[in-house]
Design a protein around this ligand. Structure first.
Ligand code: GTP
Ligand code: MG
Length: 210
């Protein structure tokens, strides 16, 4: 199958890693952020989306991504978009203060980042939507502190779909969808290993930034 120019990435680069929102680079492109529990597969999904093996650092150890990592991507048809890999939440070994800092930073980013258009919320297909994701989605739905900004779009992705056997896939995705009721749009099943779901997610992202 020949890949369309709309999902073929011709350039992907790491722009900056910011420890707080003040050190983020100026928002020159429309932006999409990727959020989810530690170890859910955010950085792996980003690499699959960007067609780069290890541009975003991944790890077996939860808590690998500890800052806001900004990437710029250009597709073969000319579309340019900025992707932000957010540090994961729900990592028990972090101290309460660290978790508080995380929340403050992420909330400030989601509320005030100019150019941010959509938030991709990742859940492990075997785990589904839990309280943290519900809270995150609710937060994302609230009015923003960017004058004239439209509400952020939320996209829900169920990761590591390759870990399910053929028979278990459909019921697992249906379960995530049921748990995601009222949490915006259809759930996209994704695998960073097989790139399943990549085209569909790109199509949703393009819809949000065009
Ligand atoms: P933090 O940066 O700690 O928040 O984690 P993260 O959400 O960025 O997860 P990361 O991409 O580092 O992946 C965590 C682990 O899951 C790694 O060992 C990956 O290889 C594995 N993984 C990620 N996505 C997939 C997938 O689609 N399928 C399979 N089988 N493994 C995956
Ligand atoms: Mg990561």
């Amino acid at each position: 199958m020949t890949q369309s120019n709309e999902t073929r990435v011709v350039d992907a680069r790491f722009v900056a890693g910011a420890v707080d929102t003040a050190s983020l680079p100026p928002p020159t492109l429309l932006e999409v952020a990727f959020a989810g529990r530690s170890n859910v597969g955010k950085s792996s999904l980003l690499n699959a989306m960007m067609e780069r093996r290890s541009l975003a650092r991944t790890s077996n150890t939860p808590g690998c991504t500890r800052q806001l990592n900004v990437f710029e991507v250009r597709c073969a048809d000319g579309l340019c978009v900025s992707f932000v890999d957010l540090p994961g939440y729900g990592w028990a070994r972090r101290s309460k203060t660290e978790r508080g800092d995380w929340q403050g930073m992420i909330e400030g980013y989601l509320r005030r980042r100019t150019g941010l258009r959509a938030v991709v919320v990742l859940v492990d297909v075997r785990r589904g939507v839990e309280e943290e994701e519900r809270q995150l989605v609710e937060f994302v739905g609230q009015p923003r502190e960017v004058s004239g900004a439209r509400p952020l779009e939320v996209m829900l992705v169920a990761t590591k779909i390759d870990k399910m056997g053929a028979a278990g896939r459909k019921p697992a995705l249906e379960k995530v969808t049921r748990g995601a009721k009222g949490v915006g749009g259809p759930v996209i099943g994704f695998s960073a290993v097989t790139a399943e779901g990549r085209e569909e997610l790109w199509s949703r992202i393009r819809g949000a930034v065009l």
